[in-house]
Design a protein around this ligand. Structure first.
Ligand code: ZN
Ligand code: ZN
Length: 351
């Protein structure tokens, strides 16, 4: 793409934003996803462990998606990447499994009031409530044998594991900010039946960016819900939960992602599974974006363009120059600029 076309597109995006003609879209597509927690990676400064966490910076928002499996490792990786947890727009907890939750106590220790989105479940660690009419009454009993002396509050509240946390429960798929949707689906697989999971869908001018934690409800169901927001799926990042799936099941899902949903780029991690990494890499070629712990993958018009297969995304020189120019306009936190200088430094180190 020439610089002229990119600038024209950027100008159109800016004017559409200014007059508010694109509801349901995030205002810009540039940003990056930084993987803070995973069990593979080649950044020597990062510790590897099972679990998932990523900082999603897109459309001017800083979103912490999940918090890893071990608080101390999470803290170390956050520090190694220089991530400021006091400056977040919100946190998304995809689901209640501990390999996504353990760093939350640290997040709350430095940012106690941060807004946290979590799936609404009947009972569980995120808290819940029910009308007191849910239980059968027997008014023939003396008060001391009755719940609440026979006078229950209208709503019974059930506690949460982090009592003072600012947790907002999400029951069904909800657009929580313009273009930013939490997809809420329930697993029906043995072992995780009834587990509700949130996936993060950011609808950018370049297509939808989908971040998944474990995909327990099934990646196909999640992608189907995402495609209902925007059928142009630019990127899927995160865990696809195929870590023990047989080859036939893997092949079916890879085909669905590539041919049915025409997903443009994949950046799989966490519970996707080694054989699925291999199958996705074979199917997606240079649209498979390596995303081990410590990777910062750029979002925007050039996501997935020009990287070498199975290696970190590398933009062509011309694209890179243009991309950085555009990024400077849309980079309120300066993250892309610092990333550029960091990768320049790494290149000069012979990486
Ligand atoms: Zn899980
Ligand atoms: Zn997991």
């Amino acid at each position: 793409m020439t610089r002229h076309v990119l600038f024209t597109a950027a100008a159109m995006m800016a004017s559409a934003t200014a007059i508010g003609t694109s509801p349901g879209y995030a205002q810009s597509s540039t940003g990056q996803i930084t993987v803070l927690y995973d069990a593979f990676g080649k950044d020597a400064a990062m510790k590897k462990d099972w679990g998932f966490s990523a900082l999603v910076e897109v459309a001017g928002k800083r979103i912490l998606f999940d918090t890893g499996n071990d608080r101390d490792i999470f803290v170390a990786n956050v520090k190694a990447k220089g991530v400021d947890l006091t400056n977040l727009d919100f946190v998304v907890l995809s689901h209640r499994h501990s390999d996504h939750m353990a760093g939350l106590s640290h997040v709350l220790s430095v940012n106690p009031k941060v807004k946290i989105y979590a799936p609404q479940e009947g009972f569980g660690i995120y808290g819940s409530s029910l009308p007191s009419s849910f239980y059968r009454k027997d008014s023939s009993l003396p008060p001391e044998m009755r719940y609440y002396d026979g006078r229950p509050p209208d709503i019974l509240k059930f506690g949460r594991a982090w009592q003072d946390a600012n947790i907002q429960l999400i029951d069904k798929t909800t657009e929580i900010a313009p273009g930013i949707t939490l997809i809420a689906l329930v697993s029906d697989s043995p072992g995780t039946r009834e587990l509700k999971e949130l996936s993060l869908a950011v609808n950018t001018p370049d297509g939808l960016v989908l971040v998944v934690g474990c995909s327990h409800p099934g990646i196909e169901k999640i992608v189907e819900a995402a495609a209902a927001i925007n059928p142009k799926i630019r990127l899927i990042a995160g865990g696809l939960h195929l870590v023990v799936a047989p080859d036939e099941a893997i092949a079916k899902i890879v085909t669905a992602l590539k041919d049915t949903f025409k997903v443009e780029n994949v950046a799989p991690g966490h519970c996707t599974g080694e054989p699925t990494f291999a199958a996705l890499k074979q199917a997606f070629g240079n649209r498979y974006i390596y995303a081990g712990v410590g990777t910062s993958l750029p979002l925007g018009p050039t996501t997935g363009a020009g990287e070498r297969r199975g290696e970190r995304p590398t933009l062509e020189r011309d694209d890179l120059i243009t991309y950085r120019k555009l990024a400077r306009h849309e980079d309120p936190f300066g993250v892309l600029q610092s990333r550029s200088s960091r990768s320049q430094f790494l290149r000069s180190e012979g990486d």
